[in-house]
Design a binder for this molecule. Structure first.
Ligand code: ADP
Length: 389
């Protein structure tokens, strides 16, 4: 069969337009069909029809595309001259006879309509109608996928931007706050030293509180800066032997280990792909916490490593005070602690830094614990890719 389509048009619904063009659109206005694309064979003398189609806004049920939208079924007209819609009469004047339209489906609801005009009066046969209905649903799926991809891309770009802003803010804030704070601390100290005998007991006490507050603020800012620097000052990745990383962390923790009489054992540790400074910090923070949050017994800590596919899963297990599962999420957030600083020292940034380091390495971090029963922190790191692997 010779299809011989002379004019074809794609109609789309105004309420299905891209989200980005939505602002300013009248949400209360009923949706309409608009002609998104119209094309004609060079031989077709259908300028008036093309013009009218481009200007048209069709309600549900109006004209041929509107009828297809309303029924969600293909429809055809054997002779447009017999139809009373003004646009179809223009088609008849252009020498066209048959018209055929089918829905572009997005799920069950048409999001648009494809429309064709021909000089013939033969209605399309059953197999062709089936093919075209299939095409309509394919186009619908394509539109949906494209739209979903667009939204994903947009969301991801926004996230990236807000992340960078936050990063910048944390860095600038912590950096610039440091200097004035140092001034507060040193003048308080000066006041204390120079006016030693002129100040009474209470004044000394007040200055002590102020100094303590300023020092704590300094510690918080220092930690915030360290947190911001995980991304801004991170080094490029190389092969890192975790045996060395572990030894470095142990040496940094020597005083705490000795004071707590901690016994620390470990599996053979692998070489991973990463930033050696940050990985030392990661081990140090987790082992440091395992020592700090010990219970009545001396800390016994084991560092494990197991390979699963393309990653290594590390564990740091302790016999300490444990953590209530309801706080598992919370402790990874910045400045979140479960204890007062009088019970355990710290600012609550250690695990937030761990999380950021692990995520920068493409891994995950989580824990298993029960109050009073010790904790195990898990994290994954990528294996070193050898040639051909
Ligand atoms: P900080 O150690 O400075 O308090 P972290 O971010 O390292 O901050 O830890 C947050 C909180 O998580 C701690 O205050 C503590 O309540 C809890 N926590 C972390 N590690 C352990 C652990 N090994 N055992 C028990 N509690 C822990």
């Amino acid at each position: 069969e010779n299809l011989d389509w002379s004019v074809g048009a794609l109609w789309t619904r105004s309420d299905q337009a891209e989200a980005s063009s939505a602002p300013g659109a009248d949400a209360a206005a009923p949706p309409m069909l608009h002609c998104a694309v119209i094309w004609r064979a060079p031989s077709a003398q259908a300028a008036d029809l093309v013009e009218a189609s481009r200007k048209a806004a069709l309600r549900r049920g109006e004209d041929l595309p509107g009828r297809v939208w309303a029924t969600a079924e293909p429809a055809w007209i054997t002779d447009v001259a017999e139809d009373n819609s003004p646009r179809l009469r223009l088609a008849a004047q252009a020498g066209l006879r048959g018209a055929f339209a089918f829905p572009v489906q997005l799920g069950h609801e048409p999001c648009g309509v494809m429309e064709f005009f021909t000089r013939q009066t033969e209605p399309p046969d059953e197999p062709l109608r089936d093919v075209l209905a299939g095409v309509g649903s394919q186009i619908g799926q394509f539109i949906e996928r494209t739209r979903a991809e667009d939204q994903l891309r947009q969301a991801s770009a926004e996230l990236q931007r807000s992340n960078t802003d936050l990063q910048q803010f944390a860095y600038v804030a912590s950096h610039d706050l440091f200097e004035p704070l140092r001034m507060v601390t040193s003048y308080l100290q000066l006041l204390c030293d120079r006016y030693e005998d002129k100040l009474d007991q209470e004044a000394h006490e007040f200055i002590g509180f102020a100094l303590d507050g300023a020092q704590r603020m300094q510690a918080l800012i220092k930690d915030l800066l360290a947190y911001a620097r995980v991304d801004t000052r991170g080094r490029s990745f190389e092969a890192v032997n975790c045996e060395h990383t572990f030894v470095a962390a142990m040496s940094n923790l020597k005083i705490a280990i000795d004071e707590a009489n901690a016994v620390i054992t470990h599996d053979a540790l692998p070489t991973v792909q990463g930033d050696s400074v940050q990985l030392t910090q990661l081990f140090q923070n987790l082992i440091g916490n395992a020592i700090k949050f010990h219970g009545s017994e001396a800390p016994r800590i084991h560092v494990g490593a197991q390979r699963t596919g393309d990653e290594w899963t590390f564990s740091v297990r302790d016999n300490g005070i444990g953590i209530d599962p309801k706080n598992f999420e919370r402790i990874f957030a910045i400045f979140q602690r479960l204890h007062t600083r009088h019970e355990y020292s710290g600012t609550g940034i250690g695990l937030a830094i761990c999380k950021k380091i692990v995520e920068r390495h493409g891994g995950r971090i989580w824990l298993e614990s029960e109050l009073g029963k010790g904790s195990t922190f898990w994290f994954t790191l990528p294996v070193v890719k050898r040639e051909g692997e």
